[in-house]
Design a protein around this ligand. Structure first.
Ligand SMILES: *Cc1c(COP(=O)(O)O)cnc(C)c1O
Length: 348
């Protein structure tokens, strides 16, 4: 079975697992005045992340959802308005900051262009019309097929928001996939954003963990929010050690995931009924069934029967995600399976 459901399927290798056994540990929940805990491995991970992102400091979380939630709730108070687009992971999947039971924030929407990029004109309109506590962007964009925002595009959005006194949070769960595609350091991509979240547990290959980086003042508040939400951990160095290994050793290899995704998508250029949403820039490929007479769910069933495991993301869009366990041969085989299904649909 070629399993392309998600890059969260990456498993730690022996070398990464070894780091757990030799990690120096302490109680990360026992904090100094500055808010830092006593686990040296967590501190090393946070410092390394801050260093490569050129931010004052970073905070370790058990999940991307908790990381995003803590960041957004640090920027905003209940009842405030946040400028978003509905296809953000935070809105479509996580939902917690806009839930009436938890975050109690209100959504104000910005439009996106045909290319899936935030519209500056629309953002400006909403900034003028509303008192907003935060603007959120996502890079790469999961539900839009892994497309990237470049440094200039991000700068323009941030400059506009900052002009109105509104901070910007970037959900950079896959920021290193964006960095590899654009040829731009991750630090440059988040240079103007007030906070940035990244996942260690996706293409980077760590078993668990995410980070949020930002200014010293912001991250000090962020640590308080994390504690409020029950996100503080104790000997979290056993999670931070493989996370640190991932950040040090696996950033470069992410480019291959992007390349395999593009190889897969390019082989599907001649499809008759199914088609791939373009452009394919990073490790996510969206296969569109809207002209095929079947739903994404049905496509996934047909694929599963032929040895390819993919999942529906929307009614007529199935997602294939590439990660380190998937090699060029797998990508080629996976494309053969999709072509086979396309031929079947043509005969129907
Ligand atoms: C996976 C993901 C998250 C959340 O990460 P979890 O660790 O699964 O909670 C946030 N944003 C985006 C864009 C993601 O793809």
């Amino acid at each position: 079975m070629i399993d392309l459901r998600s890059d969260t399927l990456t498993l730690p290798n022996q070398e990464m697992l070894q780091t757990i056994l030799s990690a120096s540990l302490g109680d990360d929940g026992r904090t100094s005045e500055s808010g830092r805990g006593e686990d040296p491995t967590v501190n090393a991970l946070e410092d390394y992340a801050a260093e490569i992102l050129h931010k004052d400091s970073a905070v370790f979380f058990s999940s991307g959802t908790l990381a995003n939630t803590s960041a957004v709730l640090t920027h905003s108070k209940p009842g405030e308005k946040v400028l978003i687009e509905p296809l953000l992971h935070i809105c479509k999947s996580e939902k917690v900051v806009f839930s009436q039971r938890v975050g109690q924030l209100h959504q104000v929407e910005y439009d996106v262009s045909d290319a899936g990029k935030p519209s500056l004109a629309s953002i400006e309109r909403q900034l003028k019309k509303n008192k907003l506590s935060l603007l959120i962007i996502e890079n790469t964009h999961n539900f839009r097929g892994g497309i990237c925002l470049g440094a200039d595009e991000i700068d323009n959005i941030c400059n506009l928001a900052h002009h109105f006194g509104v901070p910007v949070h970037m959900d950079g769960a896959r920021i290193f996939n964006a960095s590899a595609f654009l040829g731009t350091p991750a630090s440059r991509l988040c240079e103007q954003t007030d906070s940035v979240m990244l996942c260690l547990s996706k293409g980077l290959g760590a078993p668990i963990g995410s980070l949020v980086a930002g200014s010293a003042q912001f991250t000090a508040e962020l640590r308080k929010t994390r504690k409020l939400l029950g996100g503080m951990m104790r000997q979290a160095g056993i999670l931070a050690a493989p996370g640190l290994y991932a950040l040090k050793h696996n950033r470069e290899q992410i480019n291959y995931d992007n390349i395999h995704a593009v190889t897969f998508a390019n082989r599907l250029k001649g499809l008759s009924r199914l088609f791939v949403n373009r452009p394919v820039e990073t490790n996510i490929v969206m296969i569109n069934t809207e002209n095929s007479g079947i739903t994404a769910e049905q496509l996934c069933e047909l694929a599963y029967g032929r040895g390819l495991f993919i999942r529906p993301m929307m009614k007529d869009i199935a997602r294939a995600v590439f990660y380190s366990a998937i090699n060029a041969d797998d990508a080629e085989q996976a494309s053969e399976i999709v072509m086979d299904i396309d031929r079947l649909l043509m005969r129907r």
